[in-house]
Design a protein around this ligand. Sequence first.
Ligand code: NAD
Ligand code: TYD
Length: 344
Amino acid sequence: MAEERQIEGKTLLVTGGAGFIGSNFIHYMLKRYPGCRIINLDKLTYAGNLDNLKDIEDSPRYEFIHGNIRDKSLVQEVFKRVQGVVHLAAETHVDRSIQDAGEFVLTDVYGSFVLFEALRNSKVEFFLHVSTDEVYGSRDEGFFKEDAPLCPSSPYAASKAGADRLAYSYFVTYGMPIIIIRPSNNFGPFQYPEKFIPLFVTNALEGKNLPLYGKGTNVRDWLYVEDNCRAIDIVLRKGKKGESYNIGANNEVQNRTVAERIVDLLEKPRSLIKFVTDRLGHDKRYALDCGKIRSLGWKPEKNFDEALALTVRWYQGNMDWWRKIKEKSESFKSFYEQYYRKRK
Ligand code: NAD
Ligand code: TYD
């Protein structure tokens, strides 16, 4: 096996570091590598939240830059100061992409292009592109390996698939040091409460209904965010340039089961769960073969029940964090008013 890449002593650019996975990852890396420095470039869209990083904002090893990954000159300047990049910035919510795909194309595809171009004109040693399991599309049985054809079905997934293959093209065409990961559905602390698990946990805590799409039989492979951060770290050190790595925990659960576990954990009535009109083009099931990342020495540390209980406890203990979003964010309120008014 090739020599491991060194992270200690390096400066990493994390794009989208004020979001859910980004803020968890920054915490993880600063703790794991006492000599690692992080620059966080984030536009602070509705999903970006500096509250997620309050405890480290004064660290001499951390710097926040408020900016857009689509800004070529800014990106070029930042690339001069770092040895590695972890690219997470994106528009990420499938339901919003169904309402309006424009920002998804502009940030997820064009924004990624700006980063890949800057990479060509830089001395950056490695670039980890964060794609998603949704690029494969849905399948009723079996598992996707990394060489399966991409068949995305939502505008979000299609934008991510565009960026995923553009990343690969910069490896093949220009020899750029890009590695791609395709994680499954993450959950854990600091996830914006429009996504399934935090929406259901916080709605249940507020005594509100839990809107389960369709029959609630869709299946996702749930991955605890800390396990994903450990996987990113391993791929940074041991991943091979030009390769893609699936990251999943083999925790396939139907949505209705997840909803029931949440209300049970919170000792709320199951009658809070309401079946509502299905999402357009709703992917039935995502399922990954993760043999490749496991061969690098990674495996998830938390099982689903344990990680869900930890997550529920985190939202119970951090009411101010999510209440500020649900009560004060215009983006949250207007999206939900528009989106849920139509769902019965
Ligand atoms: P998120 O929506 O919580 O955070 C996205 C972050 O990107 C926010 O801080 C936002 O302000 C920032 N951002 C958006 N547009 C930007 C721009 N133009 N310039 C700079 N910053 C910008 O997302 P997340 O759940 O943390 O996901 C992070 C990445 O992981 C995304 O690329 C997503 O596609 C991928 N991913 C997520 C999951 C998941 O379950 N959450 C699973 C697989 C892959
Ligand atoms: P989501 O968190 O949006 O992730 P993704 O669609 O990217 O997998 O949704 C996870 C699953 O939960 C998906 O099958 C859709 C479903 N879902 C609901 O049933 N109700 C909801 O209110 C939301 C947001 C999602």
